[in-house]
Design a protein. Structure first.
Lengths: 307, 307
């Protein structure tokens, strides 16, 4: 089975003279949370809109569930739930009434779909409060309820935590993680906050001025950005002993016969190197790796950084 | 004449009927083709697929039932996948946790066999190597214990026992060790008898692991054990005055192979608390942990009097 839920090929969007999205090749894998990270105006929303057919595609192609969306809209869109910008609800109706309208239009996957969706985001069912009286956080929650009401396979959420308080953010984060881990949903989410993507996403795509600069799994990125000292030596067995004796209490890990990592980056590297050499251990490499994610993004965006 | 009019009206009516029915048939056909497509998708393994039904669809109930089946299968499938992943993670960290101490053990032994050290130093090396070998042995033993627990192969013998007396006996055995480790202790166990169903070996293991954990990791110098009881349940609280556990680590400490970064080097294997939790579960009890960094940590276990 095809493991990619969304795949774009050279997706581009030109507004007049301005290229908003430039040849983006996005790969969203099944069952994972894909975080689209970029500053405001980087092109995140435009990409999502093109995937959802809310704006025309200048060139390139979008495949969802392994099918080109062109001409398949009616079959594909019921399988997606989305929030793009502020969701359009009727201000003079209650949350429940609003959802009931959408349920009628779209069809439902279970008899108690509206109640279930409200339960999931923590809004009361059959509450008298009109949508116009909702707080920003409640509006955002109702938007999410609407996006998940038909139990879609794919969620596309544009900055879903905007306007939520810290507790609300943590709740939504937990909820999205459960959707992905416990129920196997695929989620494409955009944010301009690196720490948020870091906490939530399995894969990350970095958008800068319309270009997809990097696409990778968070695990890979984190591995790259862990703080440790890497030693490549002739014998880790002997090196471990020297290390324990000379700098008792360091935290280290043996990878194989030649590679070991020391997790205290403030150790005296020159002293250790010297100790190794006096004990006849060949040191081929000793390198401090302590680049943070932020540093890394600054580097790939050419100094501007993300968020 | 009358007859003709009647026939004409009947004809019209039947035409309208045919028209209505064919429209209806069309709609049912459409929803059947949607159902067919979804079923093919589900059959191919996409358990996330849902069939959406509108309010008046004749096939509504069928759609809901298909969705129910897919949802149930999906959650089973995901549970299975999760346990597979946990197993994989266990294997990876296992290989590291055996490799690192083993490598340093070999390091010391090599130094001895290659005559790099002599006299007293040689004795010390052999002693260190022996200690490390013992640690490894303990690790492998607790690992087996864990695997047995996890696979549900452990056999329990629950007996009606006096919790207070049993706890007093276990603590009596601990006192010399506590004194040797310069730990103050405050043990508060009610004088009366409190009979409940206990598996002796499991209960001893629970207490031993908790206390050993405090001795090796807490960094404190005072241990408090308090039992409070009522008609329905007994509460056991074990407190230390050590470094505490940071809020980010706290939710994970009962996970197998989880070790706070800074305790990786200390003796221990990340299995102790996981085993405690599993054993408390078999007593249908509950375990909680509360901790304030640099003030101390309290483990609270609730046992039900009647299983």
């Amino acid at each position: 089975m095809n493991d990619l839920v969304i795949k774009t090929e050279d997706l581009s969007k030109i507004y007049g003279e301005q290229k908003a999205v430039k040849s983006v090749n996005l790969h969203v894998k099944k069952g994972r949370i894909y975080g689209l990270l970029g500053r405001n105006g980087a092109g995140k929303t435009t990409i999502m809109k093109m995937i959802l057919g809310l704006t025309s595609i200048t060139s390139g192609e979008v495949q969802v569930f392994g099918k080109n969306i062109k001409g398949q809209e009616k079959r594909i869109y019921p399988r997606i739930g989305a929030i793009i910008e502020t969701p359009g609800f009727y201000p003079n109706l209650t949350g429940t009434e609003n959802l009931e309208i959408f349920a009628k239009l779209r069809g439902t996957s279970r008899p108690d779909a509206v109640k279930n969706a409200l339960d999931v985001v923590g809004l009361p069912y059959r509450d008298k409060k009109l949508f116009s009286k909702y707080s920003l956080g409640m509006k955002q929650r109702l938007g999410i309820a609407n996006a998940i009401m038909h139990d879609p396979e794919l969620l596309i959420l544009d900055e879903p935590i905007n306007g939520l308080d810290p507790i609300g953010i943590a709740e939504i984060r937990k909820f999205l993680q459960d959707l992905s881990k416990e129920r196997g949903k695929t989620i494409l989410i955009s944010s301009h906050i690196l720490s948020e993507i870091d906490l939530l996403a399995d894969d990350i795509g970095i958008i800068h001025e319309g270009n997809l600069l990097e696409e990778s799994s968070m695990d890979e990125l984190r591995k790259k950005n862990q703080k440790y000292v890497l030693f490549r030596v002739s014998s880790t067995v002997t090196a471990a002993r020297i290390l324990e004796q000379k700098c008792g209490g360091v935290n280290y890990l043996i990878e194989d016969d030649n590679v070991m990592r020391v997790y205290d980056t403030d150790i005296d590297l020159s002293r250790i190197n010297q100790e190794f050499i006096t004990n006849n251990i060949g040191v081929y490499e000793s390198r401090v790796c302590d680049e943070s994610l932020e540093d890394y993004f600054k580097e790939i965006t050419g100094g501007v950084g993300i968020a | 004449m009358n007859c003709n009019v009647f026939l004409f009206v009947a004809l019209c009516l039947s035409l309208v009927c045919v028209l209505l029915l064919s429209i209806k048939l069309r709609r049912v056909q459409e929803s059947l083709s949607v159902i067919k497509e979804a079923l093919e998708d589900i059959k191919a393994g996409n358990l996330n697929r849902r069939v959406l039904a509108k309010e008046n669809d004749m096939t509504k109930q069928i759609c809901y039932d298909i969705n129910r089946i897919a949802t149930t299968n999906q959650s089973q499938f995901i549970r299975q996948q999760q346990s597979e992943q946990a197993y994989k993670r266990l294997m990876t960290s296992l290989s590291h946790d055996v490799k690192t101490p083993l490598a340093s053990l070999v390091g010391y032994l090599e130094a001895v066999t290659e005559n790099l050290v002599a006299g007293e130093e040689k004795e010390t090396y052999i002693q260190i190597a022996t200690e490390k070998a013992h640690q490894l042995k303990e690790f492998v033993e607790s690992l087996f214990e864990w695997v047995k627990l996890d696979a549900g192969e452990q056999v329990y013998h629950f007996e009606q026992l006096d919790l207070n007396e049993l706890t007093r006996n276990i603590m009596a055995d601990w006192i010399p060790t506590l004194e040797n480790s310069h730990f103050e202790y405050d043990i508060d166990i009610p004088e009366n008898e409190y009979f409940m169903k206990i598996d002796v070996r499991a209960y001893i293991r629970i207490l031993n692991n908790l206390i050993q954990n405090i001795l090796t990791h807490s960094g404190g110098n005072k241990l408090t054990l308090r039992i409070t009881e009522n008609e329905s349940q007994a509460q056991l609280a074990v407190t230390d005055n050590g470094i505490g556990i940071s809020p980010s680590n706290l939710p994970h400490i009962f996970e197998r192979m989880y070790q706070c970064d800074d305790s990786r080097l200390a003796d221990g294997n990340g299995l102790g608390l996981a085993i405690v939790k599993e054993l408390v579960n078999t007593h249908k009890g509950e375990i909680k942990v509360e901790s304030i960094p640099s003030v101390g940590t309290t483990f609270i276990i609730m046992f039900r009097k009647v299983l």
